[in-house]
Design a protein around this ligand. Structure first.
Ligand SMILES: C[S@@+](CC[C@H](N)C(=O)[O-])C[C@H]1O[C@@H](n2cnc3c(N)ncnc32)[C@H](O)[C@@H]1O
Length: 270
């Protein structure tokens, strides 16, 4: 039986925390790639959360944890965006730097940011309204119509909610490295996760990754080169040139300061 503290730290908090006798069938049995943390929202983030989540946030019914997705639920891109267009999904979008810039620059594609950390989710909304306002200064921000955000575990979203073969691109920039050996099992990019991404990508769809941990880059290469149905766009075990849509974030700046190189990777679904 999992100890409550262990469950919260490694497996995502249960949905039914308020029950005095929790239903343990609704606890996760495998570790998640994120730490269960509740950050304070800034005033601007709180305002965006209160007033703009009706527009930007796509909510999914939960299953075994606060960030889980009910396996019966389906993401319907046509209903969400009101049109059919190529869809880019960013996993662990952080503060939304890359996905908001992409949505603002490319109105012909739709964009879905997936992030578990609430201040990050709210910051996507703040940035998106700012980008929309820059496009049409002086008007009340209607927002970026081709951007939405979800606060869920991306692994579950990809597993069951995203229709097979529906994504044009998946981005995974600076996934948490979990560098202590006892935490390695929490790394996002493993064979099971690669299988989920592969399933969700359309044929010819592209998975872009970046990391500043050389040893995680090696793990990514081991996993992705062995993944049936994925092909390295630049040749076996080759790094990709820096993806120009990958906006420089604090993670990259910190890595450079510490003398770590960034590895970009690009894989194409056969
Ligand atoms: C190191 S940060 C990088 C953020 C951003 N990609 C960047 O480059 O600035 C990793 C982010 O992934 C999020 N994350 C980790 N596991 C996740 C998961 N399973 N689903 C969604 N978000 C996740 C974390 O909350 C964190 O914000």
């Amino acid at each position: 039986m999992p100890r409550r503290g262990t469950v919260r730290g490694t497996y995502d908090s249960p949905v039914n925390q308020q029950q005095s006798a929790p239903d343990l069938s609704r606890f996760r049995t495998s570790p998640v790639s994120f730490a269960s943390r509740s950050g304070r929202l800034t005033t601007g983030q709180q305002r965006a959360w209160d007033t703009r989540r009706g527009f930007y946030l796509v909510e999914a019914p939960r299953h075994v944890g606060r960030m889980s997705v009910d396996p019966a639920w389906q993401f319907d891109a046509t209903a969400v965006f009101g049109r059919t267009a190529p869809l880019v999904l960013e996993i662990g979008s952080g503060q939304g730097d890359a996905i908001v810039a992409a949505a603002a620059a490319d109105p012909d594609r739709d964009h879905l940011a997936v992030e578990v950390y609430q201040p990050g989710v709210a910051q996507v909304m703040v940035r998106a309204d700012r980008a929309a306002e820059e496009r049409t200064p002086g008007t009340e921000p209607a927002g970026l119509p081709n951007l939405r955000v979800m606060q869920v575990n991306a692994a579950e979203l990809l597993d069951t909610a995203i229709p097979a073969g529906s994504l044009a691109e998946v981005w995974t920039f600076f996934p948490d490295p979990w560098h202590k050996s006892r935490h390695r099992k929490r790394r996002l990019v493993d064979p099971a996760f690669a299988e989920k991404v592969m399933r969700a990508l359309r044929p010819g769809g592209v998975w872009r990754l970046a990391t500043d941990w050389a040893e995680y880059a090696d793990q990514m290469l081991d996993v992705l080169e062995a993944a049936p149905g994925l092909r390295n766009a630049h040749g076996p075990r080759a790094a990709a040139p820096r993806f120009e849509g990958r906006v420089v974030t604090g993670f990259e700046r910190k890595a450079h300061k510490a003398g770590r190189d960034i590895t970009d990777l690009t894989y194409v679904r056969a």
